[in-house]
Design a protein around this ligand. Structure first.
Ligand code: CO
Length: 190
Protein backbone atom coordinates (compact mmCIF):
# COMPACT_ATOMS: atom_id res chain seq x y z
CA UNK A 1 0.00 0.00 0.00
CA UNK A 2 1.20 3.51 -0.74
CA UNK A 3 -0.23 7.00 -0.82
CA UNK A 4 -1.39 7.83 -4.34
CA UNK A 5 -0.76 11.26 -5.76
CA UNK A 6 -3.02 13.55 -7.76
CA UNK A 7 -4.36 12.90 -10.41
CA UNK A 8 -4.57 9.16 -9.59
CA UNK A 9 -8.17 8.15 -10.47
CA UNK A 10 -8.73 6.68 -6.97
CA UNK A 11 -8.88 10.30 -5.80
CA UNK A 12 -12.01 10.82 -7.95
CA UNK A 13 -13.58 7.52 -6.90
CA UNK A 14 -16.85 7.65 -4.95
CA UNK A 15 -16.19 5.15 -2.18
CA UNK A 16 -18.56 2.31 -1.30
CA UNK A 17 -19.89 1.86 2.25
CA UNK A 18 -18.03 -0.66 4.41
CA UNK A 19 -20.24 -3.74 4.84
CA UNK A 20 -18.28 -5.72 7.41
CA UNK A 21 -15.55 -4.75 9.83
CA UNK A 22 -13.11 -7.62 9.54
CA UNK A 23 -9.41 -8.34 9.99
CA UNK A 24 -8.68 -7.10 6.47
CA UNK A 25 -10.20 -3.68 7.21
CA UNK A 26 -8.29 -3.53 10.49
CA UNK A 27 -4.98 -4.15 8.77
CA UNK A 28 -5.80 -1.57 6.08
CA UNK A 29 -6.52 0.97 8.84
CA UNK A 30 -3.24 0.10 10.57
CA UNK A 31 -1.33 0.62 7.39
CA UNK A 32 -3.14 3.91 6.75
CA UNK A 33 -2.02 5.21 10.16
CA UNK A 34 1.56 4.15 9.43
CA UNK A 35 1.60 5.88 6.04
CA UNK A 36 0.00 8.98 7.55
CA UNK A 37 2.64 9.22 10.28
CA UNK A 38 5.49 8.51 7.87
CA UNK A 39 4.36 11.52 5.86
CA UNK A 40 3.63 13.76 8.87
CA UNK A 41 -0.07 13.99 8.07
CA UNK A 42 -3.01 14.45 10.43
CA UNK A 43 -5.57 12.61 8.29
CA UNK A 44 -5.74 10.04 5.51
CA UNK A 45 -8.69 8.75 3.51
CA UNK A 46 -9.00 5.28 1.98
CA UNK A 47 -9.08 6.77 -1.53
CA UNK A 48 -5.54 7.98 -0.93
CA UNK A 49 -4.31 4.40 -0.65
CA UNK A 50 -6.58 3.24 -3.50
CA UNK A 51 -8.82 1.33 -1.09
CA UNK A 52 -12.36 1.75 -2.42
CA UNK A 53 -14.34 1.96 0.85
CA UNK A 54 -15.64 4.72 3.08
CA UNK A 55 -13.08 4.97 5.84
CA UNK A 56 -10.63 7.60 6.99
CA UNK A 57 -8.25 8.02 9.90
CA UNK A 58 -7.23 11.08 11.91
CA UNK A 59 -4.66 11.96 14.51
CA UNK A 60 -4.60 15.72 14.89
CA UNK A 61 -1.36 15.49 16.89
CA UNK A 62 0.38 13.77 13.92
CA UNK A 63 2.32 11.99 16.68
CA UNK A 64 2.43 8.17 16.48
CA UNK A 65 3.15 8.07 20.25
CA UNK A 66 -0.20 9.71 20.98
CA UNK A 67 -2.31 6.65 20.21
CA UNK A 68 -5.19 8.00 22.30
CA UNK A 69 -5.59 10.76 19.70
CA UNK A 70 -6.22 8.22 16.92
CA UNK A 71 -9.69 8.22 15.41
CA UNK A 72 -11.12 5.85 12.80
CA UNK A 73 -14.24 6.88 10.89
CA UNK A 74 -16.11 4.11 9.08
CA UNK A 75 -19.05 5.16 6.88
CA UNK A 76 -18.93 8.74 8.22
CA UNK A 77 -21.79 11.17 7.73
CA UNK A 78 -21.65 14.85 8.55
CA UNK A 79 -24.99 15.48 10.25
CA UNK A 80 -24.72 19.20 11.07
CA UNK A 81 -22.43 22.01 9.97
CA UNK A 82 -22.16 25.54 11.32
CA UNK A 83 -20.32 28.75 10.54
CA UNK A 84 -17.38 29.06 8.24
CA UNK A 85 -13.74 29.96 8.34
CA UNK A 86 -10.88 30.14 5.88
CA UNK A 87 -7.55 28.45 6.66
CA UNK A 88 -4.62 26.90 4.87
CA UNK A 89 -4.80 23.19 4.06
CA UNK A 90 -2.52 20.57 2.66
CA UNK A 91 -3.13 17.05 1.41
CA UNK A 92 -0.79 14.06 1.33
CA UNK A 93 -1.85 13.43 -2.29
CA UNK A 94 -0.48 16.90 -3.20
CA UNK A 95 2.91 16.91 -1.44
CA UNK A 96 4.20 20.33 -0.37
CA UNK A 97 1.22 22.19 -1.84
CA UNK A 98 -0.87 24.37 0.46
CA UNK A 99 -3.84 26.63 -0.12
CA UNK A 100 -6.66 28.43 1.64
CA UNK A 101 -10.01 26.67 1.79
CA UNK A 102 -13.28 27.88 3.30
CA UNK A 103 -14.92 25.25 5.52
CA UNK A 104 -17.59 25.06 8.19
CA UNK A 105 -16.13 26.05 11.54
CA UNK A 106 -17.93 23.36 13.50
CA UNK A 107 -19.83 20.19 12.77
CA UNK A 108 -21.22 16.97 14.13
CA UNK A 109 -20.08 13.77 12.43
CA UNK A 110 -21.43 10.28 12.99
CA UNK A 111 -19.51 7.16 12.06
CA UNK A 112 -18.65 3.64 13.20
CA UNK A 113 -15.41 2.74 14.94
CA UNK A 114 -13.33 -0.41 14.40
CA UNK A 115 -15.39 -2.27 17.01
CA UNK A 116 -18.52 -1.56 15.00
CA UNK A 117 -19.87 0.94 17.52
CA UNK A 118 -21.60 4.03 16.15
CA UNK A 119 -20.42 7.32 17.62
CA UNK A 120 -21.12 11.01 17.21
CA UNK A 121 -18.42 13.61 17.53
CA UNK A 122 -18.62 17.41 17.88
CA UNK A 123 -15.73 18.98 15.99
CA UNK A 124 -14.42 22.53 15.85
CA UNK A 125 -11.68 24.35 14.02
CA UNK A 126 -8.90 21.97 12.89
CA UNK A 127 -10.93 18.84 13.69
CA UNK A 128 -13.92 20.19 11.78
CA UNK A 129 -11.70 21.09 8.83
CA UNK A 130 -10.00 17.69 8.80
CA UNK A 131 -13.30 15.79 8.95
CA UNK A 132 -14.67 17.80 6.01
CA UNK A 133 -11.45 17.35 4.00
CA UNK A 134 -11.40 13.57 4.59
CA UNK A 135 -15.14 13.05 4.05
CA UNK A 136 -14.77 14.92 0.76
CA UNK A 137 -12.04 12.44 -0.25
CA UNK A 138 -14.52 9.56 0.14
CA UNK A 139 -16.82 11.34 -2.33
CA UNK A 140 -13.97 11.91 -4.79
CA UNK A 141 -13.83 15.61 -3.91
CA UNK A 142 -10.46 17.30 -3.43
CA UNK A 143 -9.42 20.45 -1.59
CA UNK A 144 -8.54 22.09 -4.91
CA UNK A 145 -12.26 21.79 -5.79
CA UNK A 146 -13.16 23.81 -2.68
CA UNK A 147 -10.71 26.67 -3.26
CA UNK A 148 -11.75 30.12 -4.35
CA UNK A 149 -10.90 30.79 -8.00
CA UNK A 150 -8.15 33.22 -7.03
CA UNK A 151 -6.44 30.63 -4.80
CA UNK A 152 -6.82 27.90 -7.38
CA UNK A 153 -5.30 30.12 -10.06
CA UNK A 154 -2.24 30.75 -7.91
CA UNK A 155 -1.73 26.98 -7.67
CA UNK A 156 -2.53 26.18 -11.31
CA UNK A 157 1.11 25.64 -12.31
CA UNK A 158 1.77 23.35 -9.35
CA UNK A 159 -1.39 21.35 -10.05
CA UNK A 160 -0.43 21.08 -13.71
CA UNK A 161 3.03 19.85 -12.73
CA UNK A 162 1.43 17.02 -10.71
CA UNK A 163 -0.62 16.08 -13.78
CA UNK A 164 2.40 16.08 -16.10
CA UNK A 165 4.44 14.02 -13.65
CA UNK A 166 1.67 11.42 -13.34
CA UNK A 167 1.27 11.19 -17.13
CA UNK A 168 5.02 10.82 -17.52
CA UNK A 169 5.06 7.90 -15.07
CA UNK A 170 2.16 6.28 -16.91
CA UNK A 171 3.93 6.64 -20.26
CA UNK A 172 7.08 5.14 -18.74
CA UNK A 173 5.02 2.21 -17.47
CA UNK A 174 5.75 3.01 -13.80
CA UNK A 175 2.05 3.61 -13.13
CA UNK A 176 -0.72 1.64 -14.89
CA UNK A 177 -3.22 3.38 -17.16
CA UNK A 178 -6.30 5.08 -15.64
CA UNK A 179 -8.48 2.30 -17.10
CA UNK A 180 -6.39 -0.33 -15.34
CA UNK A 181 -6.36 1.60 -12.05
CA UNK A 182 -10.15 2.03 -12.18
CA UNK A 183 -10.74 -1.60 -13.00
CA UNK A 184 -8.65 -2.59 -9.93
CA UNK A 185 -10.83 -0.37 -7.73
CA UNK A 186 -13.98 -1.90 -9.20
CA UNK A 187 -12.64 -5.41 -8.64
CA UNK A 188 -11.64 -4.65 -5.05
CA UNK A 189 -15.07 -3.24 -4.26
CA UNK A 190 -16.78 -6.31 -5.59
CO1 CO B 1 -6.28 15.04 1.48
Amino acid sequence: MEIVLYPHPALRWKSRPVQTIDQQLKSVVNEMFELMYANAGIGLAANQVAYPYRVFVLNLSADPDQKDEELVFINPEIVRKKGNQVAEEGCLSFPKMFGDVRRSGSLVVSAFDLDGNEFELDCEDLASRAVQHETDHLDGVLFIDRMADSMREKLDNTIHAFELDFQKKQLAGDIPSNEELLSRLRQQSG
